[in-house]
Design a protein around this ligand. Structure first.
Ligand code: PEP
Ligand code: MN
Length: 445
């Protein structure tokens, strides 16, 4: 792909761009975005097109999407262990879903670039001190000091480099034997083994091992069992970064983000007349828009018309995050509007962001609320004859204590024990597996 001149895809002129940092050093910003504009692409056009096809299949009900990872990746937290923990968790969940539902699962990490966060308040106050909020490691540091919280454009370069290192692990993992279906037992290694979900997974893995041994004995050992396809995604929030990482494909002449296979627009930056929608309309990757409770049917049509005027299957996904109390009331009118106007979007449920609350100063979510929103999402689609396309989750392979409930019944008192998220609370490994088993049952119904 060719580096592109930013004006081709920028589209910011005169348009409101929400949630952008106030970079104190514009010269440094220019220097770094020029470097990024000349840097190697992280993903290739063919891979993005392939994901678009798979998302099209999910929109038709022929596949199911599992998108997940940290709310906010951090530079320090992007260790090989953490990355592999998330990958193995997603692989295990995908196995559970595929086995339960007999549909292919499209695996998309919220990883290798999820370094920027929109915030409800630009500043944070502790006692008598007010500082800029933490906007993700690509912008500033989490530590509550004036130095750390000052936006630093050099962080954009570190975000790119850390994404490249993570993606290298993702590719090695997917292709290099670790994701081989003959190793389903090993995916559980290092995780807690005394949880109900782990025991259930062990049984499933044993069953799959026996099936594979049987197939091999029959002389059947297809290539597809030895590797997997894995895609990356992040919120396309920081336009300076995203524009710099856009490349024009020589063959088609179309612009693509070279920073991730899929980018999404967040709930706080989805103004149909804003700079994010404009930028997303200029790239050819599959894209998604988060839809919160205030979304109107007219806005939904604006996204479809701006981002997917040709109604290309898999180009546009909607990530619905209404909250468990409201999903059943608010989603039907949107699904009906889309269906009535030939919009072929892939519908995903984000059952996390509408169910957040704070206890003892920590953000958390109840497993049962998350599950109930997924149920509501399935109910609405089933009632209207449309397709629940997949899940969008905040999760980790680590044994953190950030969300309440699940098979191991995490309580409020547990939250202080291992709360490691830089932003929103994530399902831990066993809660993630719990959810996968329950969603697999919904897919069977
Ligand atoms: C997120 O995905 O972390 C997020 C901020 O979500 P939303 O834009 O839906 O609030
Ligand atoms: Mn989040």
């Amino acid at each position: 792909m060719n580096p592109t001149h930013s004006h081709v895809v920028d589209g910011r002129r005169g348009l409101p761009a929400a949630q952008q940092p106030e970079w104190p050093d514009q010269n440094a910003l220019r220097r770094i975005t020029e470097e990024l504009a000349a840097a190697s692409p992280l993903v290739l056009v063919e891979e993005c097109d392939r994901l678009r096809e798979l998302l099209g299949a999910a929109a038709r009900g022929e596949a199911f999407v599992l998108q997940g990872g940290d709310c906010a990746e951090t530079f320090a937290g992007s260790t090989a262990d953490a990355v592999q923990g998330t990958l193995r968790t997603l692989l295990q969940m995908a196995l559970v879903l595929t086995h339960g539902a007999s549909v292919p699962v499209v695996k998309v990490g919220r990883m290798a670039g999820q370094f920027a966060k929109p915030r409800s308040s630009r500043t944070e106050t502790r006692g008598a001190v007010t500082l800029p909020s933490y906007f993700g490691d690509a912008v500033n540091g989490l530590e509550f000091t004036p130095e750390a919280r000052r936006p630093d454009p050099a962080r954009l370069r570190t975000a790119y480099e850390t994404s490249a290192a993570t993606l290298n692990l993702v590719r090695a993992f997917a292709r290099g034997g670790s994701a081989d279906l003959h190793r389903v037992q090993s995916w559980n290694r290092g995780f807690l083994t005394d949880t109900p979900a782990a025991a259930r997974y062990e049984r499933l893995a044993g069953e799959i091992d026996r099936t594979l041994a049987f197939m091999r004995a029959c002389g059947v050992d297809p290539r597809q069992l030895h590797t997997t396809e894995f895609f990356t995604s992040h919120e396309g929030l920081l336009l300076d970064y995203e524009v710099a990482l856009t490349r024009v494909d020589r063959e088609s002449g179309r612009a693509y983000s070279a920073g991730a296979h899929l980018l999404w627009i967040g709930e706080r930056t989805r103004d149909p007349a804003g700079a994010h929608v404009e930028f997303f309309s200029r790239i050819a990757n599959p894209v998604a828009v988060k839809l919160g409770p205030s979304t109107t049917p007219d806005e939904l049509m604006a996204y479809a018309d701006r981002l997917d005027p040709d109604r290309t299957a898999g180009r546009l996904s909607f990530v619905v995050r209404m909250g468990r109390d409201r999903i059943r009331d608010l989603l039907p009118v949107l699904v009906e509007k889309a269906a009535g106007n030939g919009v072929r979007a892939c519908w995903l449920t984000d059952p996390m962001h509408g169910n957040t609350f704070t206890v003892g100063g920590r953000k958390t979510r109840r497993f049962d609320d998350v599950l109930d929103e997924v149920r509501g999402f399935f109910e609405v689609h089933r009632a209207l004859g449309s397709r629940p396309g997949g899940l969008h989750l905040e999760l980790t392979g680590d044994d953190v204590t950030e969300c309440l409930g699940g098979g191991r019944a995490m309580g409020v008192g547990d939250l202080r024990r291992d709360y490691a998220s830089a932003c929103d609370p994530r399902l831990n490994h066993s809660q993630s597996l719990d959810l996968a088993f329950l969603v697999a049952e919904m897919l069977q119904d």
